[in-house]
Ligand binder design. Structure first.
Ligand SMILES: NC(=O)c1ccc[n+]([C@@H]2O[C@H](COP(=O)([O-])OP(=O)(O)OC[C@H]3O[C@@H](n4cnc5c(N)ncnc54)[C@H](O)[C@@H]3O)[C@@H](O)[C@H]2O)c1
Length: 402
């Protein structure tokens, strides 16, 4: 099926689209990248040139391979160029009005059999599919930044997606060197639904004066070997993107766990979006330092039993166990998502094995006592991981058998 693909279209050649176009061209597909105007097209070409030149400089591509990739890449400002594309990935800005415009056009321009994929992080794939007359041939194909490097691709299906479409897109994702996981359309999918609330938790700890930004970041590097801490990551991802994900999670689930930290919202309102604006939690002398004189902060700091790394990772493990318990994703998919999409050395269920259920639950309960988490009761699947209670202590028994 996939080998018959002659032409892959990528709409939008910004941060993600340029990377996606590169991924497909490197895998041997002929790619047409479409931008909104000449200036944006030149910027897109610049992203591609920079990335491919770096790959050659690092010895990851030979000059001949680079030339072959360039020959497979065509850039245009005309969407009509996609009339004979077999597969199109959309990577335009995260706004439904722009997606509507693009998908309306793609549906009109492309042949009825062409599969259309969106790289959206937080919009409803179902709503996007419903904008077309071919919802059975529309999916989410969610790449991670930087697309040429990160191995995860989330394939998002809707209630309308056809089985054949899922098979083809999963095969395409593998062909371009990604590790796909397939899940249904749900706010945050797998990786963002686990990653962004954890970032939000870090912002809460920071704003409540529990620790400095450096202490927060160092704690998870030490506890789980993560490549960077959550506040550094927030700056990298963009605080606006984090807020958008929190807001869609909240809109879908109305769970207090998904209410955005007030400081996150304020920093976005202030235009401190992280690396892209030069200032976020780091990067400027005006970046707010935590207020460290609060009574609660002092109390918690004096608590020997709470450690920061555990306080950040335990709720994420709980979220993962809920996601598995809900039947949304398998343990393997959850670990794959965090390893290949977020650079975790171990996925949440592997971390649970390492820390032990008792320790994770103790952390959650202690955090609850200080109102540091909204998780009132650990996930049922997490509770199930507790070692069997000793029968002689009478736990789990029933009075009528006495
Ligand atoms: N940045 C990330 O880390 C990341 C990660 C995963 C998914 N995403 C998703 O990928 C999509 C793109 O995000 P991005 O960060 O690459 O955005 P971006 O702003 O860097 O790039 C968007 C590009 O789309 C172009 N564009 C705008 N309107 C267009 C139109 N009508 N036709 C063609 N091109 C048009 C813009 O000129 C721009 O180059 C979003 O849906 C986002 O949620 C982003």
């Amino acid at each position: 099926m996939v080998q018959e693909f002659n032409k892959v279209g990528v709409v939008g050649l910004g941060t993600m689209g340029a990377g996606i176009a590169e991924v497909f061209a490197r895998a041997g597909f002929n790619v047409v990248g479409v931008e909104i105007d000449q200036a944006a097209l030149d910027r897109g070409r610049g992203h591609l040139d920079k990335s491919l030149t770096r790959a050659v400089d690092k010895g990851k591509l030979t000059a001949d391979e680079r030339a072959a990739i360039d020959a497979r890449l065509t850039l245009s400002t005309s969407r009509e160029e996609l009339a004979d594309a077999d597969f199109v990935v959309e990577a335009v800005p995260e706004r439904m009005d722009i997606k509507r415009d693009v998908f309306g056009d793609l549906d009109r321009i492309c042949a009825p059999g062409t599969i259309l994929a969106t790289n959206t992080s937080s919009l409803s794939v179902t709503e996007i599919a419903a904008l077309t007359d071919r919802p059975e041939r529309v999916v989410g194909l969610h790449f991670f930044n930087p697309a040429p490097v990160m191995k995860l691709a989330e394939v998002i299906t809707t209630v309308s997606t056809g089985d054949e479409t899922v098979d083809i897109v999963t095969e395409v994702a593998k062909r371009v060197g990604k590790t796909p996981i397939t899940v249904t359309d749900r706010a945050g999918f797998v990786a963002n639904a686990l990653l962004v609330p954890y970032i939000n938790d870090a912002v809460r700890l920071y704003e409540r004066g529990i620790a400095t930004r450096e202490e927060i970041d160092e704690s998870v590097k030490k506890a789980a070997g993560l490549p960077m801490g959550p506040l550094t990551l927030a700056d990298l991802v963009g605080l606006d993107v984090c807020l958008a994900v929190m807001d869609v999670l909240w809109a879908e689930f109305h769970d207090p766990r998904y209410s955005a930290a007030p400081l996150l919202r304020r920093m976005v309102a202030a235009g401190r979006l992280g690396r892209k604006t030069g200032q976020g939690f780091y990067g400027g002398k005006d970046a707010p330092e935590p207020q460290r004189t609060g009574r609660l902060a002092r109390m918690v700091r004096e608590e020997e039993t709470l450690d920061l790394g555990a306080m950040l990772l335990a709720p994420q493990i709980d979220d993962a166990m809920r996601m598995i318990g809900d039947g949304y994703a398998s343990a393997k998919d959850v670990d794959t998502a965090m390893r290949f999409g977020c650079g975790y050395p171990k996925g949440p269920t592997e971390l649970l094995e390492e820390f032990g259920a008792e320790s994770v639950i103790t952390t959650l309960v202690s955090m609850g006592e200080y109102s540091l988490t909204t998780i009132a009761v650990p996930a049922p699947l997490l509770m199930d991981r507790l070692p069997e209670a000793d029968e002689s202590e009478g736990h789990g028994g029933c009075a009528c058998h006495a």
